[in-house]
Design a binder for this molecule. Structure first.
Ligand SMILES: N[C@@H](CCC(=O)N[C@@H](CS)C(=O)NCC(=O)O)C(=O)O
Length: 202
C-alpha cells in the first residue's frame, strides 16, 4: 500500500505535523511537495481547497487534525480511551484556533505590532495557561508521545523560531510544561533524525 502526503515544499506548519506523525509511526510515505504554481492548478481538485492531503488506496483525506487522528489511531499514537482521545482532539483543534487568531495579513502593517502584543497578552496567554495545565509531562499524557504532542510541538517551534513579529521568541519559556514538551518532542529519536536531515539539507 502506498501512502502519499501532499503539502507545500515547506518544512513547517500542518504539513510538518503530518510528516512527523508518519515518520514517528514508521510509515513509509511519498512526500509530495508542491510549488505555489502547482498548488494553484491542483487546488480546485482538492476536497476543501487546502493542504495537507493524505492519500491511500484511492482515498484522499483533508484537514491536518483528521489526518493526525487517522495516523494516530492506526499506529497507537492516539489514545484508545474515548474521553482521553477527545481531550487530545480538543487540544489539536485549539492549535488550529491559535493559527486562525494570530493577527496576520488582514491587519494593516501599522496596526500589527499593537494587535500582536495584545494577542500575546490576552488570547495567547490564556491558551498557554490552559495547555500548560493539561500537560502531565514531558508529553501531554506523560511518558508516551501521541500525535497531539507533535501538533503542539510544531506550533510552539514556530514561536521559538521567531516566526511572528512582535511576539517574543521565548514567549513559551514562561510555561515550563509547554517548553518541556517542545524539548522532549525535539529529542525523540525519530523527530531528531527527521529535523536533523532537514537542517542538513539547508
Ligand atoms: N483546516 C485545514 C487548513 C488547511 C490550510 O489552510 N492549509 C494551508 C497550508 S498550512 C493551505 O492549504 N493554504 C493554501 C490555500 O488555502 O490555498 C487543515 O487543518 O488542514
Amino acid at each position: 500500500m502506498t501512502t502519499e502526503l501532499t503539502y507545500f515544499d515547506y518544512d513547517g506548519s500542518r504539513g510538518l505535523e503530518c510528516r512527523l506523525a508518519l515518520t514517528v509511526a514508521g510509515v513509509p510515505f511519498v512526500d509530495r511537495r508542491l510549488s505555489r504554481e502547482q498548488w494553484a492548478a491542483f487546488k480546485p481538485n482538492t476536497p476543501f481547497g487546502g493542504m495537507p492531503l493524505l492519500a491511500e488506496q484511492g482515498r484522499t483525506l483533508a484537514h491536518s487534525n483528521a489526518i493526525l487522528r487517522l495516523i494516530g489511531r492506526q499506529n497507537g499514537l492516539h489514545p484508545a480511551d474515548a474521553w482521553t482521545a477527545a481531550e487530545h482532539d480538543a487540544l489539536m483543534d485549539s492549535v488550529e484556533d491559535l493559527r486562525n487568531k494570530i493577527p496576520g495579513s488582514s491587519v494593516a502593517p501599522e496596526a500589527r505590532q499593537a494587535a500582536r502584543e495584545a494577542f500575546a497578552a490576552g488570547w495567547l496567554s490564556q491558551w498557554a495557561r490552559t495547555v500548560e495545565a493539561r500537560i502531565a509531562g514531558p508529553f501531554v499524557e506523560g511518558e508516551k508521545l501521541h500525535v497531539v504532542d507533535l501538533k503542539l510541538f510544531v506550533i510552539v517551534r514556530a514561536f521559538y523560531a521567531a516566526t511572528y513579529d512582535h511576539i517574543a521568541a521565548d514567549f513559551f519559556d514562561a510555561y515550563p510544561k509547554i517548553a518541556g514538551l517542545h524539548a522532549a518532542v525535539a529529542a525523540a529519536p525519530a523527530v531528531r533524525a527527521y529535523l536533523g536531515a532537514i537542517a542538513a539539507k539547508g
